[in-house]
Design a protein around this ligand. Structure first.
Ligand SMILES: C[S@@+](CC[C@H](N)C(=O)[O-])C[C@H]1O[C@@H](n2cnc3c(N)ncnc32)[C@H](O)[C@@H]1O
Length: 225
């Protein structure tokens, strides 16, 4: 997968790709991530990417010209499956969306700032609008990172044990149940006996029951889906 991120703050994006699973995915050649600084596409001397809103009102708006030039250049080099705009009024990111999108080859993620982008960008360039939740961030970069992480960890070969992602919360509409590691007893607090029984079928059944109970308590809405 190739991810091209368009931003006014590339410095905000770098370090998460330089650690842990996202770094490993890049090092293994399973993912390429490229940052594009919108200011490199401005045609004005001040390198400004925003301007006042038509009709008045508080907050600046990101101008269409630098975004058009950046996206048009990228599209002239390869086909993109999706051109995504991170925005609070987009479709809320879910595991189901991440599962599907992790199979895409090339995507562009546009990070907004200020009041957001000129509507004509959304009307003419964007193919998908994604929110990471019902709250407002200062910019799209943190959202782009959340989306990238959710997709990258699902790409085959990225996790050392691929079955791990399949047993995480939200796969099969269930939350993940409780998990334990050594020691089997700590300060008198014992691990559930079944987990140390060595009985694979019983362990599997216990895990299923616990996941169901946990989901029923915390997120009964998932069981309705
Ligand atoms: C201050 S916000 C603009 C909010 C916009 N005026 C509104 O009310 O919907 C600036 C940028 O942050 C990003 N952003 C903010 N909240 C977000 C969220 N929940 N999900 C994804 N992106 C978000 C978007 O790219 C947005 O253009």
């Amino acid at each position: 997968m190739r991810i091209d991120i368009i931003t006014v703050l590339p410095e905000l994006l770098r370090s998460p790709f330089e650690a842990s699973i996202m770094k490993r995915a890049i090092d293994k050649g399973l993912v390429e991530v490229h940052f594009h600084n919108l200011r490199d596409y401005t045609t004005n001397r001040q390198k400004s990417v925003d301007d006042y809103q038509f009709g008045g009102g508080a907050g600046m708006v990101m101008m269409i010209q630098p975004i058009d030039d950046c996206i048009t250049k990228l599209k002239s080099e390869r086909h993109y499956d999706e051109i995504i705009y991170m925005t609070p009024d987009g479709e809320t990111l879910s595991q189901g969306m991440a599962n599907k999108m992790s199979m895409l080859e090339n995507i562009i993620i546009l990070c907004g700032h200020y009041k957001g982008v000129d509507q004509r960008v959304r009307d003419h360039f964007i193919t998908k609008e994604i929110s990471i939740g019902d709250y407002v961030l200062s910019g799209g970069e943190l959202g782009a990172l959340v989306l990238s992480d959710a997709l990258i960890r699902l790409i085959p070969g990225v996790l050392s044990d691929e079955t791990s992602a399949l047993t995480d919360s939200f796969q099969d509409n269930l939350l993940s149940g409780p998990i334990y590691t050594r020691p089997a007893e700590y300060k008198g607090w014992k691990v559930p006996e079944v987990l140390t029984s060595g009985h694979a079928a019983k362990i599997e059944k216990w895990r299923e029951d616990m996941a169901y109970e946990h989901t029923k308590n915390r997120r009964p809405d998932l069981l309705d889906e």
